[in-house]
Design a protein around this ligand. Structure first.
Ligand SMILES: *Cc1c(COP(=O)(O)O)cnc(C)c1O
Length: 372
């Protein structure tokens, strides 16, 4: 049993993918070829937005977004403390200040009360406040409507980091809507992954689209030898686009399967564990299925003994990371983030889990209560 079974997925697409890869190899257009244009068109439809711009990875997708929104040195960007490092790293790399905000204990996304308190505090301290980056953690959509209200009230931009949530739905709307910019990652283990690094940016704003299209190719003007902005080299290559085009064909089916497994886990796994809580009106991309227990260390040993793979996402909140400790947060800190880092364990969820494996996972997990 694998935590995420990319080899099994590959076997499903092996024949047509190899054929298409050979075509790409023979085309001679290896960077931003036809396949890139073609995946961008499909991604834009899938995300529900007018514009999809591919780029080199999910971290660059955030960096390019902040650049396009005009982030300046010492501008504050509010980010959750319980997420992957990229969310804050992109801000700090550009000379901005990531302000760490606590998460809520229901869906583990940014806590709206803590966010508003943080904004008020930063204003009082005369920080230059600029943007909010909300993360759709583990695949579950952040509350876009409420985030928009807060962003409007304080005149902030809103970016959604959807690296883990490509394909989630917010009140039945595609994930790309209701933010200035939504970003994603195609790292192999993400809901839609390629076989290397890749990322994308989604927006309905034409000006942002034009700026990011330029920024990702060295700030090009009429061509890449005409430079009108200080940009980056952050392009998707044709081989990764070919892989994404093939994988997108499996995607809807995979999401349906993962949702079925998640529902089954929700019903069958014992309340000895704290399970994810989510509003049925939304749907998650289920990048991860995460349980909480106070007996985590014992639980992981027990899972290992029973050959069930598990991982901790995340063991340390960002505001406690050595390189990020000095950035601001509220005095009461990010208590929920700290608590979750001590309790979370993610167990396998992917579209290629056999039903016998799913049943074994449930049985073994539920038996822990008797053994611990
Ligand atoms: C994976 C991830 C990223 C970064 O994506 P890369 O493609 O690895 O750069 C950013 N944010 C979150 C929440 C992620 O999980």
């Amino acid at each position: 049993m694998k935590f995420i079974d990319l080899q099994k997925q590959y076997k499903k697409i092996e024949i047509p993918l190899k054929k298409n890869l050979i075509k790409t190899l023979e085309s001679g257009n290896y960077i931003m070829g036809e396949e890139v244009k073609s995946i961008e068109k499909k991604l834009s439809i899938y995300s529900g937005t007018n514009y999809a711009i591919s780029c080199a990875n999910g971290t660059d997708a955030i960096t390019l977004s902040l650049m396009a929104l005009g982030l300046k040195k010492d501008d504050v960007v509010f980010v959750p403390s319980f997420t992957y490092i990229s969310t804050a790293e992109a801000v700090a790399q550009l000379g901005g200040i990531p302000f760490f905000v606590d998460i809520n204990k229901k869906d583990y996304n940014i806590c709206l009360d803590s966010l508003e308190e943080s904004i008020k505090f930063a204003k009082k301290k005369k920080y230059k406040i600029k943007s909010i980056i909300a993360v759709d953690l583990f695949g579950y959509p952040s509350d876009r409507f409420k985030l928009n209200k807060i962003a409007k009230k304080y005149n902030l931009n809103l970016i959604i980091d959807a690296a883990q949530s490509f394909g989630c739905k917010y009140y039945n709307h595609p994930f790309g809507l209701f933010a200035d910019i939504v970003t994603t990652s195609f790292f192999p283990s993400k809901p839609l992954g390629c076989y290397g690094d890749g990322g994308a940016i989604f927006t309905n704003n034409k000006k942002i689209f034009n700026t990011i299209s330029s920024l990702r190719v060295h700030g090009s003007g009429k061509n890449k030898y005409d430079n009108v902005l200080v940009g980056l080299n952050s392009r998707l290559d044709s081989i990764q686009a070919t892989i994404l085009l093939q994988k997108l064909k499996l995607f809807n089916n995979e999401i349906v399967k993962k949702n079925k497994i998640a529902n089954y886990y929700q019903q069958e796994i014992s309340d000895f564990f704290i399970k994810p809580t989510y509003d049925e009106r939304h749907s998650s991309a289920w990048a991860l299925y995460t349980l909480r227990t106070k007996y985590r260390k014992k639980f992981i040993n027990y899972l290992n003994k029973n050959k069930i793979p598990s991982f901790i996402y995340y063991a340390k909140p960002l505001h406690e990371q050595v390189a990020y400790k000095s950035f601001p947060k509220l005095a009461e800190g990010c208590q929920n983030a700290i608590e979750l880092c001590k309790e979370v364990v993610s167990i396998p969820i992917h579209a290629y889990l056999k039903s016998s494996d799913i049943n074994r996972i449930i049985k073994v997990v539920n038996n822990f209560e008797n053994e611990h």
